[in-house]
Design a protein around this ligand. Structure first.
Ligand SMILES: NC(=O)c1ccc[n+]([C@@H]2O[C@H](COP(=O)([O-])OP(=O)(O)OC[C@H]3O[C@@H](n4cnc5c(N)ncnc54)[C@H](O)[C@@H]3O)[C@@H](O)[C@H]2O)c1
Length: 428
């Protein structure tokens, strides 16, 4: 295998595991990030993402990996991979400023003599690679196809997933031309086991949005059915457990406090934006899913209020302990976590909010710090009511929640073995 000089732009949840896979494949890797703190930490062997340990970063550094915020050092690069954030602007539209900036960085460093491969991995709407990235790459005189190859390859990383990682998850690749796709497939086969070709760029871009919209819509479906089932006095968790025994044609999704992270709540907006601006239409499924999933934090608070009332208490003045404030179990990422909405609604109702989460150092909601409780047993015994938002492993320990007096479990598929006899608890 030829050793390539690879530059990864954007060293976050997506870029870091990719760096690791490239190093493991024997490539020479440079990491570029605009955040000097990220660069300093990485060069000092410190990880800032959940799935990659600091000891791994240290070993990369000792093998020659360098992180930099100096774009001029990105010389003689064979493969540029852009993994920068694609958030939403204040008005809810796609914010592609980081993609544009990273494309400009690449444009300035493109060496036509090497005919490099440039790949965008950031999640975005169909058309971005050809309409936004390509013109920027060509802005300094290089011509796509002739001077560089261009492809899109969506990242499917699932932080915290112990079974499926970068290496064993098939990688989708679509190029500007057949030969661009060939180049990208050839490269990705050096770092992963299976590569799936699409017809072109837009199909690869759209595949990622289909995957995330599918999750968004199905989570909304079970969230709505959970609310309805409660009103009909049906145990919806029991319903899911029964339905998922069907060996074909059904995939189980679970209700919860709402969706979070940088994918599910955001990516469908990219699709909605494209459809609106191109076709003047809306994607009705997306809008409905957004409405339902966004209503879940308020629903959690509504159910908490019912639990308190059943015990002769009210939200006003109650001391509420939130357990697990990240956007999913066993990771430390707070981005877009539904816990923010739950805390806001609780405060609005006059409750006092504290949190427990071994993966989160400090938690600020609307510029106000939420007190962190370190000892789970005494914190849950002291609280008027605890709400299990994310089922981190620590909450599954047999004695973890023994002392809780009132407990709302938003993760109903998790058997609360530890809820004590004195605990009055209910599922979402
Ligand atoms: N996190 C996930 O689970 C996940 C999964 C699949 C896809 N994605 C997508 O991948 C992309 C990256 O997401 P992430 O979670 O890794 O983001 P992140 O915020 O963890 O990391 C992005 C990094 O890019 C850096 N950056 C910003 N502008 C830059 C620039 N102009 N040049 C170089 N670096 C720059 C930031 O400083 C940051 O360190 C997004 O489009 C996201 O939607 C994320």
């Amino acid at each position: 295998m030829t050793t390539l000089r690879v530059a990864v732009l954007g060293l976050g949840y997506v870029g870091i595991p990719l760096v690791g896979a490239c190093i493991k494949a024997g490539h020479s890797v440079l990491g570029f990030d605009t955040d000097d703190r990220v660069v300093a930490n990485l060069n000092g062997g410190l990880s800032h993402v959940d799935d990659v340990a600091s000891v791994e970063i240290s070993s990369w550094v000792s093998q020659g990996f360098i992180a930099t915020s100096d774009a001029s050092t990105l010389t003689d690069i064979d493969v540029f991979i852009i993994c920068v954030p694609t958030p939403l602007s204040d008005d809810g539209s796609p914010d592609l400023s980081a993609v544009r900036a990273a494309s400009l960085t690449v444009a300035a460093q493109l060496d036509a003599a090497r005919k490099p491969l440039v790949v965008l991995e950031s999640t975005t709407y169909p058309g971005t690679t050809e309409e936004i990235v390509k013109p920027i790459l060509e802005s300094r005189g290089a011509i796509a196809k002739a001077d560089f190859c261009l492809a899109f390859s969506p990242e499917r990383i699932d932080p915290g997933n112990k079974e499926w990682d970068f290496q064993n998850t098939p990688k989708i690749v679509g190029g500007l031309t057949e030969s661009c796709t060939d180049r990208a497939v050839e490269f990705y086969l050096t770092v992963t086991t299976e590569v799936v070709r699409t017809k072109g760029l837009k199909e690869a871009e759209m595949a990622k949005l289909l995957e995330n919209t599918y999750r968004h819509v199905n989570i909304a479906l079970v969230n709505e059915l959970a609310k309805i089932s409660h009103l009909l006095d049906i145990d919806f968790w029991d319903v899911i457990a029964a339905a998922e025994t069907k060996p074909y044609g059904f995939q189980a999704f679970r209700p919860g406090p709402g969706v979070g992270g940088h994918c599910i709540p955001i990516d469908p907006n990219y699709l909605g934006h494209r459809v609106r601006t191109e076709l003047g239409q809306s994607v009705r499924f997306v809008e409905l899913a957004q409405e339902i999933n966004a209503s879940m934090p308020a629903y959690v608070v509504h159910r908490t209020e019912q639990l308190l009332r059943s015990d002769g208490k009210s939200l006003a003045g109650a001391d509420i302990l939130l357990l697990g404030v990240t956007y999913k179990a066993n990771i430390g990422d707070q981005r877009e976590s539904p816990a923010f909405g739950v805390a806001r609604e609780l405060r609005k109702a006059g409750a006092q909010v504290r949190f427990h989460d071994p993966l989160v150092e400090s938690w600020i909601v609307d510029e106000e710090s939420v007190p962190k409780m370190h000892d789970l047993a005494s914190a849950s015994a002291q609280a008027t009511c605890s709400i299990l938002l994310q089922a981190h492993d620590c909450y599954r320990e047999p004695t973890a929640l023994l002392g809780a007096r009132l407990l709302l479990n938003t993760q109903g598929h998790i058997q609360l073995l530890s809820a004590g006899e004195g605990t009055n608890w209910m599922n979402l």
